[in-house]
Design a protein around this ligand. Structure first.
Ligand code: URP
Ligand code: ZN
Ligand code: ZN
Length: 464
């Protein structure tokens, strides 16, 4: 069987051109013209763009947080309908186990047989012991080329000290492991949170008061210094403020392999959302916190100029009524994180491409190609090229609608983008050549997603 996608304008991170794409056995085998005689099936995609399937390098399916769990991999159908065909999920380390066993368990118990899209993993350090360091050389062969360490969430197993971060960076470097950091000063947040609670400042908006830009900026600059001392690459996830983006840029300009990601919510939502009445603000409790409009402008500039290289969703499928309400009387108890895997590419197209803030190529780079590179998945994923997996999105730029939880497959009762205008959508999505989304509806099967193991040295590639 061979499938021809005909008539679309192909958009890659590099260029844009009109050509047909021939697919056999799940791979792109030819790009060109006049290939009808080689095809058993033809999809007419005239008037639309053909994008690589999205790679969302920042998802939290089945994440334990604040005494509850995010929705599981059965909701990865939401990724597919949004045009994302590969996710890189953060697998939490299980107390008493190393990262390898923790990732294997997460794959076996959560992802296998359930995922609607292909998946890869980062480890999350949550139980520091000598074993954690001893197993670093074995991580790449076990499909773990990236590991996240948290400088925040004091009082939980997430937070590590600077010494651990330095040791991990130093040891990981020789094996091509990219260390990702959650850069916020956990000690200061702890003090500021306690001050809020003492003062009876308990509503969701105080989440941002207790996590001002400076706690993120300070930790990001510190992470840059620690990485410089360790002479290791570093990747800062979910950058939300101007100063943190600037710290990464300065480190990069000084010769460090320093990179960063921001998220659609930091580019479109503000601290005012946290102040919505009747506990609506809890829907916007994520860390780092949402910022004021001037930070949004700075982040758009950072992504368009390449100072931040990736846009990930930081998807956390928490329900508002049943889970965010755990913090009804105290914002410090609201589970941190918001759903977003479905709307990531729609937000970037609507508020980035359609407004002229970024080009189509840049959108593809941020949402598909750069995350594939950083996670060792390029050129198999995130690219339209001969030999790449046929993960393809027929993108209809003429679609007009509104983002709403009612149309969402994220399995929760809200989206932070509720009611926002949507221009463009993933009309058809192919996962390894199989049609998985048709007219915006999921028509694939749960369990069709496979574990795609990333290669090490993703942050060492040249040409950024
Ligand atoms: O608020 C967030 N981001 N929750 C998920 C965990 C993390 O820090 O990435
Ligand atoms: Zn984080
Ligand atoms: Zn996250």
């Amino acid at each position: 069987m061979s499938l021809l996608i005909k008539g679309a304008t192909i958009v890659t991170a590099m260029d844009e051109y009109r050509a047909d794409v021939l697919i056999e056995a799940g791979k792109i085998v030819a790009i060109g013209d006049n290939m009808e005689s080689r095809a058993t099936d033809v999809v007419d995609a005239r008037g639309r763009y053909l994008l690589p399937g999205g790679v969302d390098q920042h998802t939290h399916f089945a994440l334990p947080f604040g005494g509850t769990f995010t929705r599981g991999f059965e909701t990865t159908t939401a990724a597919a309908v949004g045009g994302t065909t590969t996710i890189v999920d953060f697998a939490p380390q299980i107390s008493g186990l190393g990262l390898i066993d923790s990732v294997l368990k997460h794959e076996e118990e959560q992802a296998k047989g359930k995922s609607a899209v292909d998946y890869s993993f980062h480890g999350i350090v949550m139980d520091v012991s000598q074993r954690l360091f001893d197993e670093i050389p074995m991580l790449p062969d076990n499909g773990i080329p990236t590991v996240k360490l948290f400088m925040a969430y004091k009082g939980t197993p997430f937070m590590v000290d600077d010494g651990t971060l330095y040791r991990y960076l130093s040891d990981a470097r020789a094996h091509g492991i990219t260390v990702m950091v959650h850069a916020e000063n956990g000690d200061l947040i702890d003090v500021l949170q306690k001050a809020c609670v003492r003062a009876g400042e308990l509503e969701p908006r105080f989440h941002a008061v207790s996590r001002p830009p400076l706690v993120e900026a300070e930790a990001t600059a510190r992470a840059m210094s620690i990485a410089a001392m360790a002479e290791a690459p570093i990747f800062v996830v979910h950058v939300s403020c101007r100063e943190a983006a600037a710290a990464i840029r300065s480190a990069y300009l000084a010769g460090q392999q320093a990179y960063g990601e921001t998220c659609p919510h930091y580019l479109t939502l503000t601290v005012d959302d946290l102040a919505k009445p009747d506990f609506e603000g809890a829907k916007y409790v994520c860390s780092p916190a949402l910022r004021s409009k001037d930070h949004l402008d700075a982040l758009w500039q950072a992504v368009s100029r390449g100072w931040l290289q990736v846009v990930g969703s930081d998807h956390c499928g928490f329900d508002w009524r049943t889970q965010k309400h755990l913090g009804r009387d105290d914002f410090t108890k609201i589970p941190n994180g918001a759903p977003g895997v479905q709307h990531r590419m729609e937000v970037m197209w609507t508020y980035g491409v359609e407004t002229g803030k970024i080009t189509r190529q840049k959108m593809v780079d941020l949402c598909c190609t750069a995350p594939a590179r950083f996670n060792g998945l390029f050129p198999r994923k995130g690219h339209i090229g001969v030999g790449s997996d046929a993960d393809l999105v027929v993108w209809d730029p003429g679609h007009r609608g509104k983002m709403t939880a009612a149309d969402s497959l994220e399995g929760v009762d809200f989206t932070p983008y509720e009611g926002m205008q949507q221009k463009g959508r993933a009309q058809k999505v192919f996962l390894r050549g199989n049609l998985t989304v048709e007219d915006g509806k999921f028509i694939g099967t749960l369990g069709q997603g496979r574990w795609v193991k990333g290669d090490p040295y993703g942050a060492a590639y040249k040409g950024l």
